[in-house]
Write a protein that binds this ligand. Structure first.
Ligand SMILES: Nc1ncnc2c1ncn2[C@@H]1O[C@H](COP(=O)(O)OP(=O)(O)OP(=O)(O)O)[C@@H](O)[C@H]1O
Ligand SMILES: [Mg+2]
Length: 327
């Protein structure tokens, strides 16, 4: 009967994402089999456990089982398991270098810790809409094989501000307990030095508890805050972050790379890239992605294998007109 309970406990630890418990129960099962005289089976189980442990340490990462926030946390965090990688993004050399450094540091977390050092782990991303801040959080999760937890700012910042500090505590406990990439998108709604609320004192208290929690955080998780409104942030925040990355609208070469990569599945021999890029100046990466999707849809609907220059220019002009209206 022991083995049935062990099997149940093994499954439960898997469902809970508790890897350490999983391996410890597997060890107990090996011991149980050895006692029953099943030496070979016991040996095989032990070898599999050793293999699992060595794979984790050689990758420098703890394999992350699927996890799902429970209870109140479920309202505060949404989880995804992104597969996007750094080379899915078009990046300036300086941003690419900094993201690569961050990834390397996290891949070498154990090595760094053994020398009393910690990886960069608190990142502030600023820049206009559609420039890749949210995508960067997904890419970092994808590269590191970690879950991406996005904080639901609307659930966090309810009108009952008094509750917000308690909710933040829950999030920071999760950051400590479950290694992952934690994204505070639209961060200015927490980190703003000004407030539309009447209760300025309460907003200040929330910001102060946030500052304190970031400072005290000693987890192996990656904490990312993203905002379009750098100018609204309280200055006390800046020194709490290890790195500040500024995103910008793409330049001509970056526009061409983005167009080429998003249209890669179609024939594009007749497209004059330079002219298309000039027409798309001032558009964001997000806009260019939509331009390409519009042009692709058109090709699909009319059974064409290629995206033509005139169709692409037409989509670009349409998107520029939408942008103009929004200004
Ligand atoms: N650097 C990039 N390279 C390739 N594609 C990109 C890049 N940046 C953005 N995109 C595309 O644009 C879409 C929107 O980008 P994203 O959501 O990351 O922008 P954002 O900076 O978070 O904008 P917002 O400030 O509005 O939240 C992405 O899903 C992706 O398709
Ligand atoms: Mg975003």
């Amino acid at each position: 009967m022991a083995i049935a309970n062990q099997l149940k406990a093994l499954l439960k630890s898997h469902v809970d994402g508790d890897n350490r418990m999983f391996l410890s129960i597997a060890m107990q099962m090996a011991a149980h089999e050895a006692k029953q005289g099943h030496g070979l089976l016991a040996k095989e189980i032990r070898e599999l456990i050793d293999q699992a442990k060595s794979q984790r340490s050689s990758a420098g990462l703890i394999a992350t089982p699927l996890v799902k926030p429970k209870g109140e946390l479920n309202n505060l965090l949404s989880v995804t398991y992104p597969k996007v990688r750094l080379n899915d993004m078009v990046l300036s050399l300086s941003i690419e270098t900094r993201l690569n450094r961050l990834i390397k540091e996290h891949q070498s977390v154990q090595k760094l810790r053994s020398h009393g050092l910690a990886p960069r782990k608190k990142l502030l991303l600023v820049g206009p809409p559609g420039t890749g801040k949210t995508l960067t959080a997904s890419v970092l999760a994808g590269e590191l094989g970690l879950p991406l937890f996005t904080v639901r700012i609307d659930s966090l910042m309810t009108k009952y501000m008094g509750e917000t500090a308690g909710k933040l505590r829950l999030i920071f406990d999760a950051i400590q307990q479950t290694r992952g990439v934690y994204l505070f998108d639209e961060f200015d709604s927490i980190g703003s030095q000004r407030s539309d609320s009447n209760d300025v004192g309460e907003v200040r208290r929330v910001l102060n508890s946030f500052l304190q929690m970031i400072e005290e955080d000693s987890s192996d998780s990656l904490l990312i805050a993203a905002t379009n409104h750098y100018e609204l942030l309280d200055h006390a925040l800046f020194r709490r972050f290890d790195d500040l990355i500024e995103y910008e609208l793409p330049e001509k070469n970056e526009i061409i790379s983005t167009l080429k990569s998003k249209l890669a599945a179609f024939q594009t021999t007749r497209i004059q890239w330079s002219k298309a890029a000039e027409a798309a100046t001032q558009l964001s990466y997000g806009d260019i992605t939509r331009v390409c999707e519009d042009a692709i849809k058109d090709a699909i609907i009319y059974d064409r294998e290629s995206v033509t220059h005139s169709n692409l220019i037409h989509s670009i002009k349409e998107r520029c007109a939408v942008r103009q209206k929004q200004l």
